[in-house]
Ligand binder design. Structure first.
Ligand code: PXG
Length: 289
C-alpha cells in the first residue's frame, strides 16, 4: 500500500510520523473518513470543505488548497486502485516540542490512507442493530465542539467501550442537556409516520455528510424532514430508527436499551432510504483517474 505523506506517495513501511507530532501527543489535528464507490470518490468536495472547517476551528492552517487536498485524495486512490474503498484523510498539527503550545509546531502534516473498511456485519443491515444509551455524554459545544472532526476521539471511544461492554456495537450519546446527540461514529434518525427527524448540529451532533444526503433523498421522496431536539422518549416511541455514516451508510436500529423499536424489524422507510442512498452513492462522485 502507498500512503500519501506531505506531497509524496511512500510505501507503507516508510509512512512514519514523529513521536513529537502533536497529533500523537495531544490528539491535535483533524480528519475525514471518505468512501469511494465504482471508481468515484463520494462527496469529495463536501468532505474537503468540512476538513477545512474543522481545521479553521482549531486554528490549524492546512498547507494545501482545497483543490490540492482533493487531488491528493484522488491520487492516493489511483495509486492503490481503491475504487470501492475507504479513505482516511488526516491533518496533524505537526512536529513540535513537549508542551501544549500548538504554535511551536513547525508544519502540519497531511496524510491520506486509501484502503477498505469493515462495516457492520451484512446480517445487521437486514436484521437491524441493537444499541444502548451510555453514560458518557457527547462533548459540550464549548468543549471540543462535535462539529470538529478532531483526532481526539476519546469521548466517542469511551462511549464505544460502554456499548461493547453492554453487548451492543453502537451507543446513543446524549448531550450535556440530556438531549439525543448522535452515535459514536454515526448520526441518528427517527421516523414517525411520514416524518423524518434528526438532531440539529447545536445539539452536539456532527453534521454528517451521509446525514445530509439522506435528508435530501428523504425530502425528494416526499417525506417531511426536520431537524429537531430529540429525547429518548422520541427514540423509544418512534416507528423506525436508523443510523447514518460514511462507514455505516444507512443501518436500521431495532432495539434501544433492550426495548423494541416500532415493529422490532427494519422498517419500510429505512429500507427505502437505504436503497435510495446506494443508488445515489454508486452513481455520483469525483472520478478516480
Ligand atoms: N458522528 C460522528 C461522531 C462521526 O464520527 C458521523 C457522525 C457521520 O458522519 P459522515 O460525514 O461520515 O456521514 C461520524 C463519521 C470510523 C469512521 O472509522 C467514523 C466516521 C466516518 C468514517 C469512519 O469509525 N464517523
Amino acid at each position: 500500500m502507498k500512503i500519501y505523506l506531505n506531497g509524496k506517495l511512500v510505501p507503507e513501511k516508510d509512512a512514519k510520523v514523529s513521536v513529537f507530532d502533536h497529533g500523537l501527543l495531544y490528539g491535535d489535528g483533524v480528519f475525514e473518513g471518505i468512501r469511494s464507490y465504482n471508481g468515484r470518490v463520494f462527496m469529495l468536495e463536501e468532505h474537503v470543505e468540512r476538513l477545512f472547517r474543522s481545521a479553521k476551528a482549531i486554528d490549524l492552517k492546512i498547507p494545501l488548497t482545497r483543490e490540492g487536498v482533493a487531488k491528493a485524495v484522488v491520487r492516493t486512490c489511483l495509486a492503490n486502485r481503491v475504487m470501492n474503498g475507504y479513505i482516511r484523510l488526516i491533518v496533524t498539527r505537526g512536529v513540535g516540542s513537549l508542551g501544549l503550545n500548538p504554535y511551536n509546531c513547525a508544519k502540519p502534516q497531511v496524510i491520506v490512507i486509501a484502503g477498505t473498511i469493515q462495516l457492520y456485519p451484512k446480517k445487521l443491515y437486514d436484521e437491524g442493530l441493537s444499541i444502548v444509551t451510555v453514560g458518557t455524554i457527547r462533548n459540550h459545544t464549548e468543549s471540543i465542539n462535535p462539529q470538529i472532526k478532531s483526532l481526539n476521539y476519546l469521548n466517542n471511544v469511551l462511549a464505544k467501550i460502554e456499548a461493547i461492554n453492554s453487548g451492543c456495537l453502537e451507543a446513543v450519546m446524549l448531550n450535556p442537556q440530556g438531549f439525543v446527540a448522535e452515535a459514536t461514529g454515526d448520526n441518528i434518525f427517527v421516523v414517525r409516520g411520514n416524518t423524518l427527524v434528526t438532531p440539529p448540529a447545536w445539539c452536539g451532533t456532527l453534521e454528517g455528510i451521509t446525514r445530509n444526503v439522506v435528508m435530501k433523498l428523504a425530502a425528494e421522496s416526499g417525506m417531511t424532514v426536520r431537524e429537531d431536539v430529540l429525547t429518548r422518549y422520541e427514540l423509544y416511541t418512534a416507528d423506525e430508527v436508523f443510523l447514518t455514516g460514511t462507514a455505516a451508510e444507512v443501518i436500521p436500529v431495532v432495539t434501544i436499551d433492550r426495548r423494541s423499536i416500532g415493529i422490532g424489524k427494519p422498517g419500510k422507510a429505512t429500507r427505502k432510504l437505504a436503497a435510495a442512498f446506494h443508488r445515489f452513492a454508486s452513481s455520483s462522485g469525483t472520478p478516480i483517474k
